[in-house]
Design a protein. Structure first.
Length: 313
């Protein structure tokens, strides 16, 4: 098996404004970083020593080549990164203001145009775990249709399906009901679902952790992880549930922490029986993943902040 885990979704450039408390209109200094939730998941798996494949689309331009190289350098298999000669690489511009609000501009490009004809299904069908954690895939076609077709194909072939809806209010704005409908569609297919406590409430309309999680199980999810920030993660397999505490760290930048949590979890899932009938084993997996996510918060950046196995004590 060439890769044990494939991550499907967007690979994009994040331009972070380094000027303090400045909106994008006034900002002049920006730092370029490789971004995209599924790409962060891939990089985490690879950095921990796992084998992983990224499936997505970038522009055949300097930014696209920069992103492909970033994954290559992280030891991620990029044989399914498609270079688009028509559409430019997707770009996101972000500045942080003193009140904590983000000024956000999203220029969507190539990632939106991945179609099934560009996929290598023979390669995909040889991968045991399929992760769908894109923040942009649900937005519109053609990628939305491609995304769900790949998910259903994997499910029909008995693959283990991981799904993270990755809600971003900046992207959905007045389309939140559409997001909820599409997220539920993904949850119904998934074996493992990871959400934040905010996403759980948005999707289910339920504020209680246990009740909201059971709503996910009723849709079809087998294992549900609800991240609670510094408090840890609420984990449920439908019969048992518990909050697994995290480790205390001094947080500098939480960018990519949730993706690192997912990557660490899938890295472990690839090495154990994915039935996860033993809840104690599942708790140990989540405890390790909490630690990885917390350590990412102690450094600036997403991919660059991911710890190696040696750094996790």
């Amino acid at each position: 098996m060439s890769s044990s885990i494939v991550c499907v979704g967007e690979l994009l450039i994040d331009f972070f404004c380094t000027d303090v408390d400045i909106n994008l209109m006034e900002g002049t200094n920006f730092q370029k970083q490789a971004g995209g939730a599924p790409a962060n998941v891939c990089a985490t798996i690879a950095k921990l020593g796992g084998t992983t494949l990224f499936c997505g689309k970038v522009g055949n331009d300097p930014f696209g080549h920069f992103l492909k190289k970033a994954l290559d350098d992280a030891q991620v298999n990029t044989s399914m990164v498609v270079l688009d000669d028509v559409h430019p690489t997707t770009l996101a511009f972000v500045s942080l203001q003193a009140n904590g609000e983000r000024d956000f501009v999203f220029n969507r490009g190539a990632d939106a145009f991945l179609v099934e004809e560009e996929l290598d299904y023979d390669r995909l069908n040889n991968v045991a775990i399929h992760h769908f954690g894109s923040a942009t895939a649900l937005l519109n076609d053609p990628f939305q249709t491609t995304y769900f077709n790949v998910m259903r194909n994997a499910k029909n072939r008995g693959k283990f399906i991981s799904f993270d809806p990755n809600f971003r209010i900046d992207l959905w704005k007045n389309r939140v009901p559409d997001f909820i409908k599409l997220a539920k569609k993904g949850i119904a297919i998934a074996d493992f679902v990871k959400v934040s406590d905010e996403e759980l409430q948005i999707i289910t309309g339920i504020s209680d952790l246990a009740e909201g999680t059971q709503a996910f199980h009723q849709l079809g999810a087998k294992i549900v992880a609800v991240t609670l920030g510094s408090e840890g993660t609420y984990i449920s397999n439908g019969q048992k549930s518990e909050i697994v505490p995290s480790v205390k760290v001094k947080s500098i930048d939480s960018t990519g922490a949730g993706d690192a949590f997912v990557g660490a979890t899938l890295f472990q899932f690839a090495n154990v029986n994915p039935a996860f009938e033993d809840f104690e084993v599942l708790k140990k997996i989540i405890s390790f993943s909490n630690k990885v996510g917390a350590l990412v918060c102690t450094k600036v950046g997403a991919i660059s902040a991911i710890p190696t196995l040696e750094e996790i004590k």
